[in-house]
Write a protein that binds this ligand. Structure first.
Ligand SMILES: Nc1ncnc2c1ncn2[C@@H]1O[C@H](COP(=O)(O)OP(=O)(O)OP(=O)(O)O)[C@@H](O)[C@H]1O
Ligand SMILES: [Mg+2]
Length: 319
């Protein structure tokens, strides 16, 4: 699908790219422990916590993927006026991601805590407010984005449905004249008309189209593109890879077989690499193929993992 020499050429341009990620910022927390007994209080295991870790999640994970591949990553979104907000800011700084943050005192920083024992997730605990941003916060965010928008090559919208991607924000982004790539939340389908490309998984694509699930992927893609007036579409197909729709044709890109450990974050990797490669002059097909290699790697790692340029290049076979 992509020649190694072509991949090398595209990857060499990643440091010159400026990608803005807009969306729902999430702090991922992990409690790692051991289970040795059942609680006397209720029929549940007792987890003896040995380690706590934090990570960038949601739109932040997209920005982290970009920065790990040496692209210049900007992240725009909201945090709460709380300890998690500070942790998130610190993590963004450590990962070399340029923050464009608005503090919203009416909501907590979105937090997802996983409890893991014996390499297995026992439970997830969410703290979040999914209401749409209020108009004052929207305005603040738009004003801040305006300050840097000129240098941006591609905008990536990472919509996890936590209220940042509103009609006003989307209209503003679409009117910047920059390409807009969207990892969609199906319930926000009405916001995505005339974007450059979106990267739903198969289930999301059916929901976005509002069609029954027995339809062929070709028909589904064509219908969705027409419905949302898009010229490009990339439907990810999990273990089957991806289907790229562009220039009136469909290209199936088979997944790279790997031991699958944790599919979390694969979608974030896909849209990150797709944007970086496009901003570096890759064709749609080359860019999707690179994204497929990167995603095939991250599903083999526990938690949300990222790849760097050397690793990504090493995944591509010699012609
Ligand atoms: N089992 C697998 N084997 C190989 N590659 C995989 C597998 N699952 C996912 N991938 C890779 O990851 C990409 C995205 O996966 P998927 O279609 O599951 O996205 P997603 O549901 O949006 O993921 P996420 O959970 O991150 O939102 C696929 O197109 C493929 O490249
Ligand atoms: Mg996804």
């Amino acid at each position: 699908m992509i020649a190694k020499t072509t991949a090398q050429k595209i990857l060499s341009k990643f440091p010159q790219t400026n990608i803005l990620v807009v969306g729902d910022l999430i702090l991922d927390k992990y409690l790692w422990g051991e289970v040795e007994r059942i609680s006397p209080e209720a029929p549940v295991p007792i987890v003896d916590v040995k380690k706590e870790t934090v990570n960038l999640g949601g739109a932040c994970n997209v920005a982290w993927n970009i920065s790990a591949l040496d692209g210049n990553a900007f992240i725009a979104g909201v945090i709460g006026d709380d300890e998690n907000g500070k942790i998130l800011e610190q993590l963004l700084k450590e990962k070399n991601i340029n923050p464009i943050l608005v503090k919203d005192t009416s909501r907590p920083t979105t937090e997802k805590t996983r409890i893991i024992a014996v390499s297995q997730q026992l439970m997830r605990i969410d703290r979040e407010n999914r209401d749409n941003l209020d108009s004052k916060i929207e305005e603040n965010l738009i004003e801040k984005i305006k300050e840097i928008i000129e240098k941006i090559d591609i905008i990536v919208v990472s919509d996890y449905g936590k209220g940042v991607i509103t009609e006003k924000i989307m209209n503003f982004l679409k009117n910047t004249g920059k390409p807009v790539f969207v990892d969609p939340k199906p319930s926000n389908v009405h916001l995505y008309e005339e974007i450059t490309i979106m990267t739903p998984n198969k289930k999301e694509a059916f929901e976005l189209a509002g069609l029954p699930r027995n339809m062929e992927i070709e028909e589904l893609g064509k219908y969705l593109m027409k419905k949302l007036k898009m010229k490009q579409l990339l439907i990810t197909l999990g273990a089957e890879g991806m289907a790229l729709f562009e220039n009136g044709k469909i290209t199936k890109i088979p997944a790279k077989a790997r031991k699958v450990f944790d599919v979390t974050g694969a979608g974030d990797t896909v849209i990150s690499v797709l944007a970086l490669a496009r901003a570096s002059g890759g064709t749609w097909e080359e860019s999707a193929s690179l994204a497929n290699y990167a995603a095939g790697y991250v599903v083999g790692e526990i938690g949300t993992a990222v790849v760097d340029r050397d690793l990504l290049l090493s995944l591509i076979p010699e012609n």
